[in-house]
Design a protein around this ligand. Structure first.
Ligand code: ATP
Ligand code: MG
Length: 392
């Protein structure tokens, strides 16, 4: 039996005149994601992408797994390909759906007849096929309002398709359709989730990470690179910038009042990020901050950080509880890596009593005690970039 995968659009269906460009982006993303599995034919109709494997050895469950993580797709399912002939449709329905139809009690048949030349009309297909399935599977009853299973028959140009499953897709908009932004990626739980959430809105993610050797180790960096790699399942390829931050942190420690260490560090992180963002055509910054989570994430502290930002800063976790963030981190499989106990540059030289409600004036005065500009420029110049792509 020949099987294909149907992927149904999410929010793209609401797009007007520029719907086509979203579709093109989605197609590109699907093709790129499936390339390593073999050859496929992609075809669109009625807000659905029909993904037909052209090589025999392609594992369809792997296709479903990968396509299920592509943003822009609301739902997907495997479907069986039939001749446009009612007896073939009947035979294949019985055979293809026998396991699921034996295990439920209620069902209905739903027919979609795109090819109006097909001799039976939709209600006729539903009634005939429904009757045959009832006979074949005595455990079944018809429930048109709330069936456990809906057997869908689609009659299209060249073939008919049968399917009965409905797998939830990743939702959102195709990555790339909203432009590019720079994610401040730490090794923690929050920032990978923030990247995932913005990618879901169609944002192409570029990552930036600050390291402070010898205070932070190679293993800490490796952990962040692993997180980046995990994000590629959802975000596609990611350019990863690694900023040497030791000198800046030491300069803060040696020249600024201790209670402002963290807030000054965050302002300098933002300054460096936006300079690199500009060079790489990123239109915004993304962080994993959430109001009140730590001293540097009070509203007053966030205002002091934002005061140096010339481009928008997106904080998709801003109103979320840690438990909600963790739930997503587990779903996208970053949690286990995030909780590995390696130090981050944020935990180097942390003040014993950070200012919880800093005023911008005081922060600027504290930061003004040292001219950071040469060190900022040096850090930007010495930043290294590498790219991460799908691991399989
Ligand atoms: P996370 O759980 O993501 O590590 P956090 O709870 O540790 O965040 P902070 O240390 O205050 O919170 O960091 C807030 C945000 O700043 C992070 O979500 C991330 O976007 C960014 N950030 C922190 N440390 C780094 C780093 N070393 N490199 C890049 N970005 C960082
Ligand atoms: Mg956090």
């Amino acid at each position: 039996m020949k099987e294909i995968v149907l992927a149904k659009y999410g929010e793209i269906v609401l797009k007007g005149l520029n719907k086509r460009s979203f579709e093109d982006m989605l197609t590109k993303n699907i093709k790129r994601r499936l390339k390593s599995l073999g050859r496929f034919e992609l075809f669109f109709a009625q807000s659905t992408t029909y993904i037909t494997p052209l090589d025999d050895d392609i594992e369809l469950s792997e296709v479903v797994d990968r396509v299920g993580k592509i943003f822009g797709i609301a739902a997907l399912c495997r479907a069986c390909v039939c001749e446009k002939d009612f007896s073939d449709i009947t035979e294949k329905s019985i055979d293809y759906l026998k396991d699921v139809l034996s295990s439920v009690e209620t069902f209905k048949v739903n027919a979609k007849r795109a090819d109006k030349a097909f001799p039976m009309k939709s209600p006729e297909i539903c009634a005939e096929l429904g009757g045959i399935l009832l006979e074949k599977f005595p455990n079944l009853k018809v429930d048109v309002k709330n069936p456990q299973i809906t057997v869908t028959v689609e009659i299209r140009d060249t073939n008919a398709y049968i399917h009965a499953e409905n797998i939830k897709g990743a939702g959102g908009l195709p990555v790339g359709s909203s432009g590019k932004a720079m994610l401040l990626l730490s090794g923690g739980i929050d920032s990978p989730v923030a990247g995932y959430m913005m990618a879901k809105r169609g944002v192409n993610i570029t990552a930036i990470h600050y390291v402070s050797p010898p205070y932070t180790s190679d293993r800490a960096l490796l952990k962040v690179e692993q997180l980046c790699e995990k994000l590629t399942d959802y975000c596609g390829g990611i350019a990863f910038y690694c900023v040497p931050f030791t000198e800046i942190q030491e300069a803060i420690k040696d020249n600024c009042p201790e209670e402002y260490f963290t807030i000054i560090m965050r302002r300098l992180m933002m300054e460096i990020a936006q300079r690199i963002a500009e060079k790489d055509n990123c239109l915004a910054l993304i962080t994993g901050e959430s109001v009140g989570q730590v001293a540097s994430q009070t509203m007053a502290a966030i205002s002091c950080t934002d005061a140096v930002c010339r481009i928008p800063v997106f904080r998709p976790l801003i109103g979320m509880d840690k438990t909600e963030i963790i739930e997503i981190a587990r779903k996208i499989d970053t949690f286990e890596t995030s909780v590995l106990p390696y130090e981050d540059c944020c935990t180097v030289f942390t003040p014993r009593h950070p200012k919880v409600r800093p005023s911008l004036e005081d922060v600027e005065k504290a930061q003004g005690k040292f001219d950071f500009e040469p060190l900022i420029q040096k850090a930007v110049e010495n930043t290294e970039m590498k790219t991460f792509s799908y691991t399989k």
